[in-house]
Design a protein around this ligand. Structure first.
Ligand SMILES: Cc1cc2nc3c(=O)[nH]c(=O)nc-3n(C[C@H](O)[C@H](O)[C@H](O)COP(=O)(O)OP(=O)(O)OC[C@H]3O[C@@H](n4cnc5c(N)ncnc54)[C@H](O)[C@@H]3O)c2cc1C
Length: 605
């Protein structure tokens, strides 16, 4: 049998586009996913068990980075889900959107108004079924703007809502942030996230369970005969038509994959068929490179015969960077309480199973998205921006791995980012309240106490790295080098983020709960001391983008605005890798939007 659409990777983008294409019953759609169906695991469906147990170990690619020269040569972990639903089975379910100006910048960079906030909002709305906050949730700070959400029960897919439990320190922190000048958010998904508020979650509010991409786009359609989903199979390469080597345009005829017994099989495309690569920002460039598409020098060094020289495959990689300030707190109702008292933890889990309440019913996220004016004195930020402008071409060239077209593309990204910064519209940091310890020190190595953490996440980094294969073996891990902190503006902003987190912990009313700082620690006073500490601890925020960027070809792009890989006739990319530069938001809602948009483009074609 042959398929009209073969989707590599049953994750966030992949299941979205696959499921929508299968709505046309004349299409035969095949999804090939490396991991299992994990929807039945309680670490997946219970909101408060995020980041625990099997879901976070065996169902995680846990990519390791190359030693990061700006971070004391540390090797960091970049998490990514390996199961049906992809990263949405292990993510924190926070479901905001980035700012309007950043989506508009995708359109500007690509000279295409169909990739702007106004044009994309219908696809954001189409992807979701939003449950407005109930009275209890509203009393705890949840707000929403009706116009920006989707409510269509038959069309929408991802269930979005608010949790059944709120930690008391979250409310205190939001009040503190407003006292420090943050506006109150009417809705963190409305395209103006410079504010503080309670973010919606990808959560089924009716029964308080996670709604992953599998819950949204697969489970309701699992029995549909034209929608075939194979789990525990790893795609090893795309197969090209025989004439491919001689043509100027490559055409895929199918894909090759291996199962858990290492047996190799092929899936064949129909004559009108397409391959859709949705293996994630690290996984998708790996598939293209294993298939001979990429920088010929890198491919040959890895033992792969080039089929198409597309030198920017795997380049332009960027990621958000996570840091923390932790204080001891006099509040006893924290996530630490679950670790400190296992009987209490069991009671709370029983409570969740009984009536969907208690600490495990929370995916707690009060977010404050900072503008430069919240973080810096104006003169200080202008000085940093002037320096960045003066060195713009130098860094763009340095990060482009010798590719002048990509240097041009990165330079254009920088010009937009810096100009938005000057207007206070690029949002450099997410601050969020964690009702418990969040940081680099293991449970056994820290004082057995209750903590309040302020996470501070670098949201608009200028550093760019790369990910490439170094072996022809499809099972070998790629070399992942996000080049964290390679740009000095990233360093300055992350240091400022810690100072803002500290200020929040010690400002009223949150200060009433403050019992002294644990990390970074009061001995880290100066910027240089904070920077030094951060170099030893910052982590990936698992929001990597850009490795197969949607950009014009002469700006180093890999896909066009129809998500088609340059130089191929029937291979598209539908996942976070096409996002050209890091945006100021958690990514899943934007990846669902890309999946919806991709299905629309393909159906129109
Ligand atoms: C720990 C963590 C926390 C996060 N928290 C949030 C959050 O709170 N809110 C938010 O919005 N976003 C969050 N994110 C980010 C967000 O979930 C991801 O950016 C987004 O889901 C990525 O979608 P994707 O389609 O690009 O890739 P994925 O959803 O990761 O899908 C890729 C899929 O391809 C499969 N695959 C890879 N290689 C192959 C192969 N060779 N053959 C077959 N299959 C393959 C993978 O197993 C996976 O299922 C988080 C991510 C992580 C990892």
């Amino acid at each position: 049998s042959s398929y009209d659409y073969i989707i590599i990777g049953g994750g966030t983008g992949g299941l979205t586009v696959a499921s929508r294409l299968a709505e046309d019953k004349s299409n035969q759609v095949l999804v090939l996913e490396a991991g299992p169906n994990a929807e039945g695991l309680q670490e997946v469906f219970v909101p408060g068990l995020i980041g625990t147990g099997q879901s976070f170990t065996t169902l995680n690619w846990a990519y390791r980075t190359a030693p990061q020269e700006n971070l004391n040569n540390r090797t960091l972990t970049v998490n990514a889900g390996k199961a049906l639903g992809g990263s949405t089975i292990i993510n924190s379910m926070i479901f905001p959107r980035a700012e309007k100006a950043q989506y508009d910048a995708w359109g500007t960079l690509n000279n295409d108004s169909s990739w702007t906030w106004d044009a994309l909002l219908p696809f954001f709305k189409k992807s979701e079924i939003f449950t407005p906050p109930n009275e209890f949730q509203r009393d705890n700070g949840a707000t929403f703007v009706r116009d920006v959400h989707g409510f269509n029960e038959s069309e929408g897919r991802v269930k979005v809502g608010f949790p059944n439990f709120f930690f008391p320190q979250s409310t205190l922190w939001r009040q503190t942030s407003m006292g420090l000048g943050f506006p109150a958010s009417p809705d963190l998904a409305n395209g103006s996230p410079h504010a503080v508020g309670v973010a919606p979650d990808s959560l089924d509010a009716a029964n308080n369970t996670r709604c992953s991409a599998a819950c949204a786009y697969f489970t309701p359609f699992a029995e549909q005969p034209n929608f075939t989903v194979l789990t525990n199979v790893t795609v090893t390469r795309i197969i090209w038509t025989a004439s491919a080597q001689n043509d100027s345009t490559l055409t895929a005829s199918g894909v090759e994959y291996i199962d858990s017994l290492n047996q190799t099989s092929r899936a064949i495309l129909s004559r009108k068929g397409e391959v859709i690569v949705s293996a994630g920002t690290i996984g998708s460039p790996k598939i293209l490179e294993l298939s001979g598409v990429g920088n010929s020098t890198i491919l040959q060094a890895a033992g792969i015969s080039p089929a198409l020289d597309l030198p920017t495959v795997g380049e332009n990689l960027a990621d958000h960077v996570h840091s923390w300030a932790n204080a001891f707190t006099n509040i006893s109702l924290t996530k630490d309480a679950l670790l400190l008292n296992t009987d209490f933890a069991q009671q709370q889990l029983d409570l969740w199973f009984k009536n969907r309440t208690g600490l495990y019913s929370a995916a707690p996220r009060s977010l404050g998205i900072a503008a430069p004016s919240d973080v810096f004195e104006e003169s200080e930020f202008n000085r940093l921006l002037n320096q960045s402008e003066e060195s713009l071409s130098r860094f763009a060239s340095e990060f482009s791995n010798g590719n002048p077209q990509l240097a041009k593309g990165i330079e254009s990204q920088y010009r937009i980012a810096l100009s938005l910064y000057r207007q206070n519209e690029n949002l450099p940091l997410e601050m969020n309240l964690e009702p418990g310890y969040s940081g680099p020190t293991a449970f056994a190595d820290r004082p057995a106490r209750n903590y309040t953490a302020i996470n501070s996440v670098l949201y608009s980094p200028l550093s760019r790295g790369r990910t490439h294969i170094s072996s022809s073996s499809p099972l070998a891990a790629p070399v992942v080098d996000p080049a964290y902190w390679a740009h000095p503006l990233d360093v300055a902003i992350q240091v400022a983020g810690i100072k803002l987190a500290r200020k929040m912990l010690q400002s009223s009313p949150l200060s009433s709960t403050y019992e002294g700082e644990f990390e970074p620690g009061t001995d880290k006073e100066t910027d240089a001391e904070i920077e030094e500490w951060l170099r030893g601890v910052v982590a990936s925020d698992n929001h990597e983008v850009g490795s197969l960027a949607m950009l014009p070809k002469d700006m180093g792009g890999v896909v066009d605005t129809e998500l088609l890989v340059y130089g191929t006739s029937n291979v598209r990319v539908v996942d976070a890798s096409v996002i050209p530069f890091p945006i100021s938001a958690h990514l899943s809602s934007s990846v669902y939007m890309i999946g919806e948009r991709a299905a629309d483009i393909i159906k129109r074609n």
